[in-house]
Ligand binder design. Structure first.
Ligand code: SAH
Length: 214
């Protein structure tokens, strides 16, 4: 490893310790966060702050979530089970898809902004993660051709839960989505037969879930 890589490994280990002190308990999630080089997903000028607990711009008025929120959403989705086949809505720069690839069987990540999807593809290529598939589409419709999913993670805020996403949950499947107008909170939905059990979690701030593609 060159000195810069060694530096990144050390900074990443500090990030994992911080996540632990912030209350992340799932060792598998912590290990995944420790493995993915977050600095390779942000612009070069921002790489020095890539492991701070802040959201960072990724262009096109979008942001990569702070590490705590990435870890927390995956921890909530996992609690007590494995993620299985997983759908991410809002691939952005591809960071969360990379983390998911370490804890899920298959990851389908959907993005509605074409140049961002291309960037995600470029960012993911050197990591050679064979279980991640990127799709250019409006994720508010889910991804019918690959449904049903054991887990769905929405990385953009919505006013309500798109029905298509609930419909594409497998039995026992879980969906996590930031919901709210002014203040957003994480909402987790668990499918039990045709019942949908809801639970509310942390306050968060996400860019909006939009419809259509561009
Ligand atoms: N998880 C990403 C960051 C997400 S930012 C990462 O790790 O980098 C939110 C992303 O959701 C943005 O890229 C935005 O374009 C995308 N998005 C918003 N609405 C969407 C929709 N309906 N379908 C797919 N992607 C959407």
């Amino acid at each position: 490893m060159n000195p810069r890589q060694t530096d990144a490994v050390r900074t990443r280990a500090r990030m994992v310790e911080r996540l632990r002190s912030q209350g992340i308990r799932d060792e598998k999630v912590l290990a995944a966060m420790g493995q993915i080089p977050r600095h390779q997903f942000v612009e070069e000028g921002l790489a020095y702050g890539a492991y701070d607990d802040t959201a960072l711009p990724i262009g096109f008025q979008q942001t990569i979530s702070q590490p705590f929120v990435v870890a927390r959403m995956i921890e909530l989705l996992r609690s007590g089970r494995e993620l299985g086949k997983t759908l991410e809505i809002g691939a952005g720069c591809g960071y969360q898809a990379a983390v998911l690839s370490k804890v899920a069987v298959d990851v389908y990540a959907v993005e509605r902004i074409r140049p961002l999807l291309d960037r995600a593809r470029d960012n993911l290529r050197p990591l050679r993660l064979p279980n991640v598939r990127l799709k250019y589409a409006d994720g508010s419709m889910g991804l019918p051709e690959a449904a049903p999913f054991d887990s769905i993670i929405v990385a953009a805020g919505a006013l309500g839960v798109p029905q298509a996403l609930k419909d594409q949950l497998a039995p026992g499947g879980r969906l996590i989505i930031p919901v709210g107008g002014g203040e957003q909170r994480l909402l987790m939905i668990e499918r039990q037969g045709n019942m949908f059990k809801e639970s509310w979690h942390e306050a968060v701030r996400f860019v909006p879930l939009l419809t259509g593609t561009e």
